[in-house]
Design a protein around this ligand. Sequence first.
Ligand code: AHM
Ligand code: MG
Length: 340
Amino acid sequence: MVHGSEVITIERFIMEQERLYPEATGELSNLLYDMCLAAKIISRHVRRAGLSDILGAAEAVNVSGDLQQKLDLFANETVRNSVQYTGRVCITASEEDERPVPVPESRSAGKYVVLYDPLDGSTNIDVNVSIGTIFSIHKRLSKKNGAGLADCLQVGKKQVAAGYILYGSSTMLVYTTGQGVHGFTLDPTIGEFLLSHPDIRTPPVGKYYSVNESNWNRWSPPVQRVVAAFKNGEGKVQPKNARYIGSLVADFHRNLISGGIFLYPAASNYPQGKLRLLYEAAPLAMVVEQAGGRATDGCRPILDLVPTDLHQRTPLVIGSKDDVAFAARVLGAEAAVAVK
Ligand code: AHM
Ligand code: MG
């Protein structure tokens, strides 16, 4: 945000927010700066992707069976290296690693847990389409030593911070610590994130619906009814425009700003949905709720889901509050019938 010639850097903004809480130790603020550093490094590489030989598939398949791209591996290491040596974090977990990674014993372990998707929408890397990083921060549960899986398997409403970085026409970092949602745009000429979107509020009814409609024949009738209502209108639901990039962060961000609903429901080829609860759905659910929107798996709020597995998937319906409420009513009725 620019007041006349005044520019607010992310560092100043985070510091000013911290002053509102005299009990704050500054560790969470510093962890957010660590994420900014990772964002700048990844952004630089994403911007150079077409120019260097970093493009292309690495010879590895990640735990979910997707072909990893070189840039995924780079982003995975960059986030971990940015947070694990500062004494603020005890363990990290990523979409790209089968198990959580505790900080090395030679380093001091801090009180936070970082879960992340280092490069979401990675099939879009090679075609110069927006991609993103998603992160979720929890407080550790374990005592001083022995951070492990249980520290990662926490319910979404316990997150202390969450956010994402969007590598789009510009690079943006959007985060919440539970005091609203704030967006910063990277000014590449000075290498700083500047406050560009203070206190983001998402419209209660959206303009857009975002879903991979090629899955139509794999959906249950209630999912088809919901999507048909957004496409054609039903009762109070007005028809919407379709927008689907295939990068969750980019689809989510557009809908957050303009109003809209994103759906990745269960389908016959993805019975639990495609997206991962801990480092895709839960952090974006915290962001959207802080901006006045909602997120559900069709039956329960995403932030109430208790994880049992690091890489578990969940159906996801997220965005403008009235649109998500409509979808939840239709899908919840389906679940109630199935239980009987
Ligand atoms: P990724 O984490 O392997 O990149 O997969 C997640 C991506 C999301 O960004 C996006 O919303 C979704 O997969 C798109 O899936 P589909 O191609 O089935 O529509
Ligand atoms: Mg992903």
